[in-house]
Design a protein around this ligand. Structure first.
Ligand SMILES: [Mg+2]
Length: 164
């Protein structure tokens, strides 16, 4: 089945954050390079190389992209970082909360169906996460989904493009 949607984890999947969780950043944030930003006390976020290439590649192929991130929804520091890096427009209905990745994916599918009239089934989705616990749980909760562990299944985010 052709892939229609790629759902990304954020922390340690699309960027590295020096304080473990993006929620731990202390605003205001400021950009200090095309792919790096820092918070008010010097903590840093570095967008992994290849991320922009992957997002652009997926967009060119008409594949939708979203986010399932375990971080505080308020204030949404993930949204803030995406905006500063200039990549927020790539993501449709990003989920940033503590509800768990399975629920996040189901919410994204529900919103796509209700608001965009786009129906996507699990085998048409790739989920990318650096934590095996998350990829395993999503494989169980969303049968047929292609849950990809960054670190063991692939070692560079750009390899997502080879999985379409
Ligand atoms: Mg992660």
């Amino acid at each position: 089945m052709p892939i229609k949607l790629v759902v990304f984890d954020v922390d340690e999947t699309i960027w590295r954050v020096s304080v473990t969780y993006t929620s731990f950043l202390k605003p205001p944030l400021r950009i200090i390079g095309t792919s790096e930003l820092c918070d008010s006390v010097g903590a840093r976020v570095k967008l992994f190389s290849g991320v922009r290439e992957v997002l652009k590649g997926l967009q060119e192929k008409g594949v939708l992209m979203s986010i399932a991130s375990l971080n505080d929804p308020e204030p949404d520091m993930v949204a803030e970082c995406l905006k500063l890096f200039g990549i927020s427009d790539y993501f449709i209905y990003p989920q940033v909360n503590h509800k768990g990745k399975n629920r996040n994916i189901k919410t994204i599918l529900k919103l796509l169906k209700e608001k965009e009239a786009i129906e996507i089934s699990y085998p048409e989705i790739i989920f990318v996460d650096d934590q095996e616990l998350n990829t395993r749980s999503v494989m169980k909760g969303c049968p047929g989904i292609k849950a990809v562990n960054l670190g063991s299944d692939i070692n560079n985010i750009t390899q997502v493009l080879n999985l379409l």
